[in-house]
Each structure stands twice: as structure tokens, then as C-alpha cells.
Design a protein around this ligand. Structure first.
Ligand SMILES: [Mn+2]
Length: 324
């Protein structure tokens, strides 16, 4: 993502997915509008990026598939339509060379967005890693779920867990391996979900680890792994990753989340790495927000992810020692 004076500006492709049927609380369908209202597009343009806003995805003309819906997956048909269209659009946007930024919408949208990115990476011969910034692991299946809400199944779906096999129709759906998933900021996991995560040996930086080692150390571990394998990163940023004091506008708040500064440091380290090729911003629920506060915080964090800095940091080529 680094740009010099001569390089063309990095292109960003923004796509809204106003979907809220994957969650138990309605309202995330207003997320894309709130993020735009909070100035997302302007902020990215101010950073010198070439931003195209493709508006919001529409599912009205997506055909219904004939597979049998799983017993425990609420609103399966609707989520299936979103997933199909998002998988296709995500792949198209990635092919343009832009960095797609998906505005949710609840976290079920990642089943489509990440699938499309993964397809593109496979075609390019680059390994895709997914950083899942979230209070929850989202690693339930129709078998293990307690709520049947599909936003809690997206990470499991992406890793090829059984139970939603027909969701994308003919499209191959095991998008990443469990080893390419990095759960980060987790503090709420169901019992059966925990067992499945253990079986798959999924890498989890939970809040205990963050308290003990700090986000800097844990993020570097993730980034070193991706770099060592010449991979790229998709960042799936669930707003409930943040502490509810910082981000009250979500339907699934869990106390003890990332602080404002921890979240910014993560975004800054991600930017410095130059590894991020696509982003989801999910679970913002403007109906529960306090005067747009959470939307504004999300936009500030995305600004850090795309290069907003407090001061110009010295780089090897123009190292400047700040005045003491
Ligand atoms: Mn989530």
C-alpha cells in the first residue's frame, strides 16, 4: 500500500452489503450508509487514494438455488443470495487490482467476500491469510450452533467446515485452510465451537494473550508468518472487536475488548506491512449507536489501516530522527 511520488495512487473499491439477517439483532443493514455518512470515502481520498464507491449490492435478481437448507441456519436462502452475489463481485473487484473494502452488514457477508478474494488469490498463485478481528470466533457450524444465526458461522464456512456445503452453488467454497485463519481479539467462544477450534488447531490471539503480550508482539507474529509464505492478507474487521466503551453501536457487545489505541496500533502495523489486499468492516449497527460515535471510530481505524499517521514515521530511505 505504500506509495511514492511517482507511483499511481492505490485504488480502493468500496462496496456496501446492507445485510442484517445473519444476526439476531436487526439494524446492521444501515451500516454502509453510516460509514459513508461518517466520511469514509472522503477520509480515504484525503489520504491520496483513488476511491471508487460501487454503492450497495442488490440481491433482488439473484436466482434461488435448489439445495436443501440446513436445519439450523436462520434465513439461509437470503444469506445464500447475498453470499453468491458477494462472491462474484468480490472476485471481479479484486481482478481490477483495487483493494476491495466491503461495508457491512453483519459478518455473514464474509462468506461471500472472502470466497471471491480467495478465488482471485488462487488464480494469482498467492496464499491468502485472513485476519479475523472479532470478539467472537464465528466458528460455529449448523451442527454446533446454539443460536442458528449465520453470522456466527462465517469463519467456519470459509475454512470448509461441513454443514453449509451448498451455499455457493457450484462455486468451490473451501476458501482457506484452518491454518490460514488468524483469530484476534477473541473473548467469547461457545463450548462446541471451542472444541472445533482446538481440533483444527486454529491460531487464536485472545484477549488474555493481548493483555499478556500486547498487540504489537502478536501482530508481528501474524505478519511474519504471512510474509514468510509470500502471502497476502484479508482483514475482516468486526466492530465488536473493540471494547463496548469505544464502540457501543453493535448488537453483540462483549466487555473487555480492544482499546482505541490497541486497535489503532493494529491498523498501523497492518498498513506498514503492505500485505493487506482486501477488507471487511462488519456488524456496525447504527440503530444502537450513540450519535454516530461507533461509525466515526470505525472510519478513523480504516484511515489508520490505509496510512493515516500521527506523525510521518521515518523510513529507511528518508530516516529523520525526531527532535528530542
Ligand atoms: Mn464476527
Amino acid at each position: 500500500m505504500a506509495s511514492s511520488d511517482t507511483a499511481p495512487p492505490q485504488r480502493i473499491a468500496v462496496l456496501g452489503a446492507p445485510i442484517d439477517l445473519g444476526a439476531s439483532v436487526r439494524g446492521t443493514l444501515m451500516g454502509p450508509a453510516a460509514l459513508r455518512t461518517a466520511g469514509l470515502i472522503t477520509v480515504l481520498e484525503t489520504l491520496g487514494l483513488d476511491v471508487t464507491d460501487y454503492g450497495d449490492v442488490n440481491i433482488s435478481d439473484v436466482r434461488e438455488l435448489g439445495d436443501a437448507p440446513p436445519a439450523k441456519a436462520k434465513h439461509y436462502r437470503q444469506i445464500q443470495r447475498w453470499s453468491q452475489v458477494l462472491a462474484r463481485r468480490s472476485h471481479e473487484l479484486a481482478q481490477t487490482g483495487a483493494i476491495p473494502v466491503f461495508l457491512g452488514g453483519d459478518h455473514s457477508l464474509s462468506m461471500g467476500s472472502v470466497n471471491g478474494i480467495a478465488r482471485h488469490c488462487r488464480e494469482q498463485g498467492r496464499e491468502l491469510f485472513v485476519l479475523w478481528l472479532d470478539a467472537h470466533a464465528d466458528y460455529n457450524t449448523p451442527e454446533t450452533t446454539i443460536t442458528a444465526n449465520m453470522h456466527g458461522m462465517s469463519a467456519a464456512f470459509l475454512c470448509g467446515e461441513p454443514g453449509l456445503d451448498g451455499l455457493l452453488g457450484d462455486e468451490r467454497r473451501a476458501s482457506i485452510t484452518p491454518e490460514q485463519l488468524e483469530l484476534f481479539g477473541i473473548r467469547s467462544i461457545d463450548k462446541a465451537e471451542k472444541e472445533l477450534l482446538r481440533l483444527r488447531r486454529i491460531s487464536i490471539a485472545d484477549m488474555r494473550a493481548i493483555d499478556e503480550f500486547g498487540v504489537g508482539v502478536l501482530m508481528r507474529r501474524v505478519l511474519d508468518k504471512v510474509r514468510a509464505r509470500d502471502g497476502v492478507l484479508h482483514v475482516s474487521f468486526d466492530v465488536d472487536f473493540l471494547d463496548p466503551d469505544v464502540a457501543p453501536g453493535v448488537g453483540t457487545t462483549v466487555p473487555g475488548g480492544a482499546t482505541y489505541r490497541e486497535a489503532h496500533l493494529i491498523m498501523e502495523l497492518l498498513h506498514d506491512s503492505g500485505l493487506v489486499r482486501s477488507v471487511d468492516i462488519v456488524e456496525l449497527n447504527p440503530f444502537l449507536d450513540e450519535r454516530g460515535r461507533t461509525a466515526r471510530v470505525a472510519v478513523e481505524l480504516i484511515a489508520s489501516l490505509f496510512g493515516q499517521q500521527i506523525t510521518d514515521r521515518p523510513t529507511p530511505s528518508n530516516a529523520i530522527v525526531p527532535d528530542q
